[in-house]
Design a protein around this ligand. Sequence first.
Ligand code: ISL
Length: 552
Amino acid sequence: MSEAWWQRAVVYQIYPKSFQDSNGDGVGDLPGITRRLPYLSKLGIDVIWLSPVYASPMDDNGYDISDYRAIAPVFGTMDDFDRMLETAHGLGMRIVMDLVVNHTSDEHTWFKESRKSKDNPYRDYYYWRDPVDGHEPSNMGAVFGGSIWEWDEATGQYYLHCFSKKQPDLNWENPSVRDEVYDLMDFWLAKGVDGFRMDVIGMIAKNASFPSGDVGPTGYSDLWPLFNDEQVHVWLREMRERVLSRYETMTVGECVGATVQTARKYANLDGSELSMVFQFEHVGLTGSAERGKWTTDKPKLSELKRVFERWETGLEGVAWNSLYWDNHDQPRAVSRWVEAGKGHRVLAAKMLATCLHLMKGTPYVYQGEELGMTNYPFASVEECDDLEAHDAYRMLTQDCGCSHDEAMDALRAICRDNARTPMQWDASEQAGFTTGEPWLPVNPNHTHINAASQVDDPDSVFIHYRRLIELRKRSELVRQGTFELLLPQSEELFVYERRLGDERMLVACNFCDCVVSFEVPARYEGGRRTAYNYAKPIEGTLRPFECFALIA
Ligand code: ISL
């Protein structure tokens, strides 16, 4: 089977607010991104996924869009966008936009019209419901806290919002809504963008009976039964027929509840829906019924491996995987999975990279991951920006009975602002991110973790990523080989094999800070060693966070 371009690609995610400021207002922008494109080209990446840059009141940092065809002034102008796109294309990199169409901002014209009256032509662009016995129509809780229903005094009905009340959900059952979405996709594709990362696309289809459920400590029930796992595929196929089939795109759907079974439909190699999905099983391994994701638990390595094994083998030959540790909603990988390497951060960051990049699928690098950037030492919730962090602090201290310290431990471990502190370009005062006051503080460790000190250092995390990206480009075995997990029970070692024809590759990663014995299987004798983080091997052992691959 011939390879699609996105099966050969490595993607880099830019969170524009935090990448590079060019005008000293403390917020990253499009000219800043354009300036840094040569850096990304040096890393060897093929595709940039740009988090939202559209007009937005920024309640959720651009995931609340008020005009899908305009650039937020804080990020620049449409000319700046066009220049960035042209420069990226000139350097051989493609750009994939964030498509946020489960919801709009409440400041979008459609919603402003919709809320005016019950007979407004835009009324059915959103979900409006009458009260039931004087209350919300159902008891589900929104992702950012409170009910999914917001009362609107003017017309005496509730509207649906799965995220903040400033993010009303679009009603995809209305054919006009789907026409609008397909039109705006056309607008960007005709401009030359290369595809879309589709925000919570797995949530667009709702069970319109709006089921209630058992309530938890927050007083609300679980949101996930709301989504219709069948209907979403019908609309994605329609989207493919009406828009995507006319372009050479890469599409990746953010599908929070996706299972291997549903992903086999979403990301089927027949190309009928999406190129691939982001699944959440590995990042969802910790957490509890009472506190949601807000715990300091560490996942067991055996469980983490089982998740990857299930996805690697479950999609083999049928659908395509995406591979990620990090994004703008997750804490920093090196802090989360290996406690920043307990004094071995560089080794640990390289090991995580090797482990992920040598699996089958399209790897994603989140800005700063290629430097081994870490979580931020938030001292109080006031230092956090994210609306979710503020709601979580309230929930933990008021609903769950946590002390301030317990709540802050959870925020430091898991909050999204960890990923959103400014990119660390150099050791100067604001890390080369801005000449002004950054919108979120720069991590104090930028004095020793920064791009300037790594781009030309052969032993750096950056160069390790670059080598892995090169290896993937050269090696069909890396891109297309089958996956088999070895030593599934080990809580220290993550070891797997890839095979293609007569070629095979062993990948061995030590996830702990101790020396672990490990015998390389005899079939790898004389194999070529690559993707390693210690110069010389020691037979029979893996040192703290050691990794390597052997190709035989
Ligand atoms: O981080 C999460 C909440 O704990 C995730 O569940 C997240 O809300 C979910 O992955 C959906 O994320 C996407 O849509 C949100 C936006 O805030 C996120 O930044 C985006 O990635 C609403 O648009």
